[in-house]
Design a protein around this ligand. Structure first.
Ligand code: ADP
Ligand code: MG
Length: 252
């Protein structure tokens, strides 16, 4: 990448827990609008890496940089978790957290107006712009036909999409998603892949994933983590065909 195309850089990042190196001299570069898949065996450091990017934890050494469109660089190591989130790095955890007692569209409204607090957001008179943004998100997550139903009545997969929609309502530049297809049916998994692919070019997305079939479906560039380090980076075929990757990841 040229510098101007970059959204995130991690350089020489290490993080130990009680002397154990969960992340070990990691280098990682994410381009603007890129859809990246990060895979690796259990304990490879995937979740820790997401924790580092989002400021949940800080590196022992190394740099984490968020490159702004205007050319200036933000040192993520100096910021708190909520500040990083406000800057436009959103994270979706595996368990969906939606407001089950509110409708699908109100969940998106609440997320749009997160600064107002739940009660004020619900009683505030929404603008035409709010309505347009809600419609836009509903179209992306393809839940337009469920807009007036309670979020609690959605299937597990639909809740996951709603939560992605709630994050999209906040217009993040970077979206981190942890195993988005876990527990989904084949059809829901395929739709999740389509949803993530539709974000390409608009957001930089990092998907942490175990399911190799799903990785094959959404894979653009794949990063394989092993023992806190990048073992291999490349296309799905390059990565899946690599003997070392097969050995450590696929167990063959
Ligand atoms: P992955 O998400 O790839 O399965 P993790 O990032 O969760 O891997 O964990 C990487 C390694 O770091 C594991 O060996 C794990 O036990 C260890 N680890 C992660 N977080 C902590 C923590 N808070 N305290 C101690 N050890 C941790
Ligand atoms: Mg994990």
């Amino acid at each position: 990448y040229r510098d101007t195309d970059l959204t995130l850089s991690a350089e020489g990042v290490s993080k130990s827990f009680d002397g154990f190196k969960a992340i070990n001299d990691l280098n990682f570069y994410l381009g603007d609008g890129e859809l990246r898949t990060v895979i690796g065996p259990n304990g490879a450091g995937k979740s820790t890496f997401m924790d580092l990017i989002t400021g949940r934890t800080t590196p022992d050494v190394g740099s984490l940089t968020f490159h702004q469109p205007d050319g200036h660089d933000v040192d993520l190591c100096k910021l708190r978790e909520y500040q990083i989130n406000r800057l436009g790095i959103a994270r979706k955890f595996q368990t969906p957290s939606v407001y089950t007692q509110h409708t699908v569209r109100d969940n998106i409204l609440l997320s749009l107006n997160r600064d107002r607090g739940v009660l004020r957001a619900l009683f505030y008179s929404e603008t035409q712009q709010d309505r347009d943004e809600i419609d836009e998100v509903l179209e992306i997550i393809r839940l337009g036909d469920r807009r007036d139903e309670l979020a609690g009545s959605l299937s597990h997969g639909q809740k996951q999409w709603l939560e992605i929609g709630m994050l999209l309502a906040q217009k993040p530049r970077v979206l981190l998603v942890d195993e988005p297809a876990a527990g989904m049916s084949d059809e829901e998994t395929e739709r999740t892949g389509e949803l993530l692919l539709s974000l390409e070019g608009k957001h930089s997305v990092v998907v942490v994933e175990h399911d190799m079939e799903f990785v094959r479906q959404i894979a653009r560039k794949v990063t394989v983590l092993h023992q806190g380090h990048v073992l291999k980076e490349g296309s799905f075929d390059e990565v899946a065909g690599d003997p070392t990757v097969k050995e450590v990841y696929l167990g063959r």
